[in-house]
Each structure stands twice: as structure tokens, then as C-alpha cells.
Design a protein around this ligand. Structure first.
Ligand SMILES: [Zn+2]
Length: 303
């Protein structure tokens, strides 16, 4: 994959919710609003680094991660329209990717399944075997790169390439590896007509100490394939939008979970493709954060 979970039909969603006891007390009308919304086909929503533990009461660095995830899910559900897709960009699990972490994540995230297809990537705090087993009803495993989860999906104005940078669970740096880089090179050659947006959990890092160990190899592909316009990643838990000299936009997603440094935002991000670039909007859980609700207008480099 990355694990691609199709959008659930109204009937299937309500069946699962009833099985889970989630709507036992609520009438189906409580969910009715989810199904009637129109879709913005240019918007893709990102969550990153939820770090969910099996026990939803778990608190780390003064943050209850399950509460934070529930809060951002609620905000997305309350949005007036539905996105084209939702991506959760790695570190779904608290620390080492326990089966129970994914079970709790799946429950908290289930309402989003009524809105849009969901794509999940893995981070350094995930464990692939547990991750793959966590969503058996939806598992459709792509085998284009052995033991890695890769995918490409189109929207009206871009191709989105989802990479797998997990090297060793609970070890900080990440690695794409030769086979995956070759896959990306081939796929970029095949899909050159639209702007390409690359997504991975790990941050670019030329030292390779904390981020992506093969940053230089990835950047070579950015140079070779001019349709690559942006790289979206998480991992550092630090929200930022920057532009490289080569014209590539670097978007570092905020965590939905905890931050390492007080004063940084937790939250989610809305990306809306325009004809010449992309609008990026931070939705901070703390609405007082200065960037909250501000739309940054990115323009693509020339082809
Ligand atoms: Zn993380």
C-alpha cells in the first residue's frame, strides 16, 4: 500500500458503527450529515504523528493523544465539504507499533472513513506486520516494492506519491532504499503530465542522523523530474513551510499528537490544488496559534 482504505458506503459505515457499539445509543441521523456533503475534488487533508497508544487514556508530554486525534477528526467531520482524500502520514502508533495501538487508532479514525478514501503511511514508531494486520477487512497489498508500502494516486491536478521511509521500528532515522527509489523514478517517468507531490514520513536531512538517510538520492529525483513540486513529511513534529533553492516546496506537517517544544502547534493541514500551485492551510488545535487558518499560496516551479 500505503494502506489505502476505501471510503465506506453509508450502509457499511453504519453497520460497522453499530457493531462497534458506537451508535448504539445515537440514531443514524447523528451521522446523516456526513453523507450529504459535497466533495472538493482539489482538497487533500493530512494528519501526521498521532502516536496513539492502545489505552486511549495515555498521556505523554502533557498531551492525551487520543483526545487530540478525536478533536481533529471532529473538526474534519464538521467541515462544510468533504476532501478528495485523507492521508495519515506515519507514526500512527505510540512507540513500537503494538497491535492494540492500531486497534485504538482504527476506532478513533473510523468516522473519517465515511467521508473519503484514507491513505496511511508508516513512520519510525510503526511496525509493518501489526499495521497490515490492523485493517484486514480493507487490506489490498501492493507488492511493487518488497516489504515497503508504496502507492501513487491521482487527483484532478496532481499525482500523489506515497513512500515508506520506515527503516527500523523505534530508531529515529529513515530509509527509502534503492528498490523504492527505483520504483519512484519509474513511476515519475510514467506519470509526468501532472505536477507530482511526494509524501513520506521522514524529513529531509543531509546528515542522515535524524531524518531520511537517502535524502541526496531523493533530491536527485527531484532534479531529474521537473514535475515534482512539493515534498510533504512529518516526523519532526514541527510545523513549517519552506522552499528549496531547486524550487521544491517543503511542508513539514504538525503532529496531531504531542509537540517536543512548547509553543509549536498540533493540528492538521488542508491542501487545495490550484491551477498554478497549492494552497496550504494549517488548522491548529490551539486557534490562538498565529498561523491557524492562514492560507499559504504556493506556486509551482516551472516545468
Ligand atoms: Zn512522530
Amino acid at each position: 500500500m500505503p494502506f489505502t482504505l476505501p471510503q465506506l458506503s453509508r450502509r457499511e459505515f453504519l453497520r460497522r458503527a453499530a457493531l462497534a457499539g458506537a451508535v448504539a445509543a445515537a440514531s443514524p441521523s447523528a451521522y446523516a450529515g456526513l453523507f450529504g456533503k459535497s466533495r472538493d475534488k482539489h482538497t487533500v487533508v493530512f494528519f501526521s504523528d498521532p502516536h496513539i497508544a492502545a489505552d486511549p487514556r495515555t498521556v505523554f508530554r502533557d498531551v492525551n493523544m487520543a483526545d487530540n486525534l478525536s478533536a481533529v477528526v471532529k473538526e474534519l467531520l464538521a467541515w462544510p465539504d468533504k476532501p478528495e482524500a485523507v492521508i495519515v502520514n506515519g507514526d500512527l502508533a505510540k512507540t513500537v507499533g503494538l497491535a492494540g495501538d492500531y486497534a485504538t487508532f482504527g476506532k478513533l479514525f473510523e468516522p473519517v472513513r465515511a467521508l473519503a478514501p484514507v491513505h496511511l503511511t508508516v513512520g519510525n514508531h510503526d511496525e509493518r506486520a501489526h499495521f497490515w494486520r490492523a485493517f484486514p477487512q480493507d487490506a489490498k497489498k501492493l507488492k511493487s516494492v518488497p516489504e515497503k508500502q508504496v502507492a501513487v494516486f491521482p487527483t484532478a491536478r496532481a499525482h500523489w506519491f506515497l513512500l515508506d521511509s520506515l527503516d527500523i521500528t523505534n530508531s529515529t532515522p529513515g530509509l527509502l532504499g534503492t528498490a523504492q527509489l527505483e520504483w519512484l523514478d519509474r513511476e515519475l517517468t510514467k506519470h509526468s503530465a501532472k505536477p507530482a507531490i511526494i509524501v513520506a514520513h521522514h524529513s529531509p536531512d543531509v546528515t542522515g542522523m535524524m531524518g531520511l538517510k537517502d535524502t541526496a538520492d531523493l533530491e536527485e529525483l527531484f532534479l531529474k523530474h521537473r514535475q515534482v513540486k512539493a515534498f510533504i513529511f512529518g516526523h519532526t513534529h514541527v510545523w513549517s513551510v519552506a522552499r528549496q533553492e531547486n524550487g521544491i516546496h517543503l511542508i513539514n506537517l504538525p503532529p496531531t499528537g504531542y509537540v517536543f517544544e512548547k509553543g509549536r502547534p498540533s493540528g492538521w493541514v488542508r491542501f487545495t490544488l490550484t491551477e498554478e500551485g497549492m494552497d496550504v492551510e494549517l488548522r491548529s488545535l490551539d486557534p490562538q496559534y498565529p498561523d491557524h487558518g492562514q492560507v499559504k499560496k504556493l506556486r509551482w516551479r516551472s516545468a
